[in-house]
Design a protein. Structure first.
Length: 266
């Protein structure tokens, strides 16, 4: 009996932990962090891993973010202790070998199901709306849907790109990078000292430690993030320009078809 109680308790606490970190991620995005950075900070705070990153300093310097992280730290201790006790009850309560295998089956199956649920777009949408309503009702955080305002959809997104030494764009001016031909627009740059350059000029130089706020296709951004300052980086740059041209030609074709359709309707 204790083994079954342990399985149920473990899965319940794990589910609550996933929901809590998911809600915290949404709350942090409302404070201005990118979704990736918000997810990383929420999980770091809840698990107590204590990573030190540039975003960590942004959390410390922001009152609302500090409150969210403090709440996660408070919930962490109780959650982890309950999980440990539940596992002890599940695996150490004795019984026949077949019974133990059954507990492990339900334990692993439950974890897999919870993992799949965390990736559910429907669940993410529901949690997003709940958090947006809660923040609007009980806090003064700006909860406008900037993704909607920017008309972000499909493969396009606004995200942050941290620049490291040896990156392809490091020590280059924006005009040298020629990112618009790759379908990428630099909206702003946060310098390593915390200063911000809005709508940077073509002659603005990029340094290691900078964080670029960029708009573009997700795959193009991911490739740029991995690109190094060597011959392979230059080849990747030219390949990205060709891919963007192909993408733009296809987009222009669809736009012409749309215009012809509208003219025919009128």
């Amino acid at each position: 009996m204790l083994g079954i109680v342990g399985v149920v308790a473990f899965l319940t606490v794990l589910a609550l932990s996933l929901v809590i970190t998911k809600l915290a991620t949404v709350a942090l995005t409302f404070t201005g962090l990118s979704e990736e950075a918000a997810r990383f900070q929420a999980r770091s705070a809840f698990t107590g891993t204590g990573f030190t990153t540039g975003e960590s300093q942004k959390v410390v310097d922001h009152p609302a973010r500090r409150r969210i992280i403090l709440l996660l730290m408070t919930l962490r201790s109780a959650g982890l202790m309950t999980i440990i006790i539940s596992l002890i009850l599940t695996l150490g309560s004795g019984g026949e070998e077949s019974t133990l295998k059954g507990r492990l089956f339900w334990l692993i199956g439950g974890v897999v199901v919870l993992g799949l649920l965390t990736k559910s777009k429907l669940l993410n949408s529901v949690l997003y709306r709940i958090m947006q309503w809660a923040l609007a009702k009980w806090t003064e955080l700006d909860t406008r849907d900037y993704a909607g305002l920017l008309k972000l959809s499909g493969d396009y997104a606004v995200t942050e790109l941290q620049i490291k030494k040896g990156d392809w764009v490091e020590r280059k001016k924006l005009r040298e990078c020629n990112l618009p031909e790759e379908g990428i627009t630099v909206l702003g740059i946060t310098r390593s000292d915390g200063s911000y350059v809005g709508v940077p000029a073509p002659d603005t130089e990029i340094y290691a430690g900078d964080t670029l706020v960029i708009y573009g296709r997700s795959k193009a951004v991911e490739e740029l993030d991995k690109r190094r300052a060597d011959a392979s980086g230059e080849r990747a740059h030219h390949a990205a320009k060709k891919e963007q041209k192909r993408h733009k030609d296809e987009q222009d074709r669809r736009e012409k078809e749309f215009q012809v359709k509208r003219q025919t309707e009128n």
